[in-house]
Design a protein around this ligand. Sequence first.
Ligand code: HPA
Ligand code: ZN
Length: 326
Amino acid sequence: LPSDEALLSLPKAELHLHIEGTLEPELAFELADRNGVALPYASVEELAARYEFSDLQSFLDLYYATMAVLRTEDDFAELTRRYLRTAAEQGLRHVELFFDPQAHVSRGVALEAVVDGISGALAEAERDLDISSGIILCFLRDQPVESADAVLSAALTRPERLLGVGLDSAEVGYPPELFAGVFARAKDAGLHTVAHAGEEGPPAYIRQALDLLGVERVDHGIRAAEDPQLLARLAAEGVPLTVCPLSNVRLRTVPDLADHPLLALDAAGVRVTINSDDPAYFGGYVGHNYLAVRDALGVDAATAERFARTSIDGSFASDARKAALQ
Ligand code: HPA
Ligand code: ZN
């Protein structure tokens, strides 16, 4: 099996990363102090002790509460800088990161502050760390469709700043079909499209994401493993899945990493990538996810290299950039 060093140094792209999910407890308290925001936890230790989840919703409750400390453009820039520093040490060369504007605009933070802060840090990393990047605006599927429409309209005043749109937050009960119109508008504006589907939700949600949203990748998508016909379709169409192994264990969508369908998906010919989702909350950054699947599933060097190559190939980077990274 590959060494830690071999896995961490593989050139890799991260395609499933919520920037708000990189907020470590230490930075949360720094920003709470700086911004005069009261956190409902007494200390870094007390906050970190809450990182014990029973399902997606129990995580989301903490995730949305803690991100209240993010208020200014500089906060978003600092958050993004810290993520990039850690991920660069783990072989990251390209990132397409998610952000949740509705969760900030609803608290009175300007969309511009969010986008400018994240984009500023990404531009620095492009220059200083040779990490290429783009940002994907995620709609919160458990908020009204009208709210998604409004944030898309605001974002489309400067569409060139976005790589694409995605769909996240509580999944069950909020099927992709609700967002068909919003995604059609985003596509018409030339944006790429992805969606979380088949994390907690059924395989039917993955089909809807493909058929009704026209997504180019599926985020998570692990419940496709229950549906041989869907697996065959994903393989035939070459749709990449952005799998997040440590996230799936922490949110109990799989009982144990040893039971994870990662290798079953791979064996079915599906294009699999390894990602961290919300690394501050789920016990590790992208490299840690590679180490964890080696340890729990026996992922060998050739397979890990293939996953890393797929992450670059399955990205929305230019052909020239992909060639430079392979
Ligand atoms: N699933 C859905 N929504 C999310 C997640 C996730 O893992 N992380 C942040 N928002
Ligand atoms: Zn996610």
